[in-house]
Design a protein around this ligand. Structure first.
Ligand code: NAD
Length: 286
């Protein structure tokens, strides 16, 4: 059954909308009749559309992101926010990983939480890398530092400097930074869910594993050993998900059939985590 009746005429911000999971979310929402501001550092040449408004913004630039939120996105009521922008930890710096995957998302959520219309929703795309309790303490440190950075300097980048100083003194390298950043996304989303519930707004996250997007192809091409360790054999039929299979879950969480779902992190991994955890020795994968 189509949920067009619910989505038509609504308005959404989607980050990372130029590629992969974010692009699939943009396409699905536009087809359902939602007007989408698709924010990305990459240019999006989609031609004119009344429902798709591309925006070229670098999420590493806190001042530019804040200005875009206040000046452009703030001009109309917003119903949905999907944070899908991210960078893989491979060939990236620790600063860019926590800056894009967590700090920018924190800024956007902080802006959106009090503004979203009742019935609205936030979905943050985390990762299976973020589901581990062991990363909670550092993730909480990142959340506290991000809160302080925004309180000290809501519109600019000065507060970001203090955040990155904290990240540098706490995190050792981009690989583990990705896990901490995604853990922080999951925990922050739970906190926001509690904050916005009285306003009939919901907030959830998803944790994909191995979606066939440019980010994932880069791992397969450039880091074959890491790719092998990802154990694709333990997902459905040993295959990756498509970006649409991830977007389906994001749109479900935005939509009317998830109207009583909030504060949840939905793992979308084709059974990968279950196969890692199972106590059945015949099924266990290590
Ligand atoms: N693909 C996977 O296997 C996988 C697995 C787990 C989690 N994820 C997460 O899913 C999300 C989407 O990833 P994807 O696989 O679709 O990747 P992708 O590379 O296809 O898309 C990411 C998008 O984010 C944009 N982006 C990167 N830096 C930016 C910046 N500074 N400012 C604005 N936009 C920026 C990119 O330009 C790109 O369009 C990410 O948060 C990623 O961590 C993906």
């Amino acid at each position: 059954m189509s949920d067009e009746w619910f989505f038509a005429g609504k308005r959404a911000i989607v980050t990372g909308g130029a590629s992969g999971i974010g692009r699939a979310v943009v396409t699905q929402l536009v087809r359902l009749g939602t007007k989408v501001w698709s924010l990305d550092v990459s240019e999006q040449d989609d031609g004119p559309s009344p429902l798709l408004v591309p925006a070229t913004v670098d999420l590493m630039d806190g001042a530019a992101t804040q200005a875009w939120l206040d000046d452009v996105a703030g001009a109309e009521p917003i119903d949905f926010v999907v944070n899908a922008a991210g960078v893989s930890p491979l060939r990236e710096t620790m600063k860019r990983v926590v800056g894009i995957d967590f700090l920018a998302l924190h800024r956007i959520c902080h802006w959106a939480a009090p503004r979203l219309s009742p019935g609205g929703a936030i979905v943050n795309v985390a990762s299976v890398a973020g589901i581990y309790e062991a990363h909670t303490e550092v993730a909480q440190t990142l959340i506290t530092a991000a809160d302080a950075s925004l309180a000290a300097d809501p519109a600019g980048t000065a507060g970001q400097v203090a955040f990155f100083d904290t990240a540098r003194s706490t995190i050792d390298g981009p690989g583990i930074a990705y896990a901490y950043a995604k853990r922080a996304v999951i925990l922050l989303t739970m906190r926001i869910a509690a904050e916005v519930a009285p306003r009939q707004v919901r907030a959830n996250s998803t944790s994909p594993h191995a979606a066939a997007t440019p980010m994932h192809y880069a791992i397969k091409r450039n880091e074959p050993e890491m790719y092998a360790r990802a154990k694709m054999t333990s997902t459905f039929g040993g295959r990756w998900s498509s970006p649409d299979e991830q977007a389906d879950v994001v749109v479900f969480l935005l939509g009317p059939r998830a109207s009583y779902v909030s504060g949840v992190n939905l793992v979308v991994d084709g059974g990968w985590h279950a196969a890692m955890q199972t106590t059945n020795p015949e099924l266990a994968q290590h």
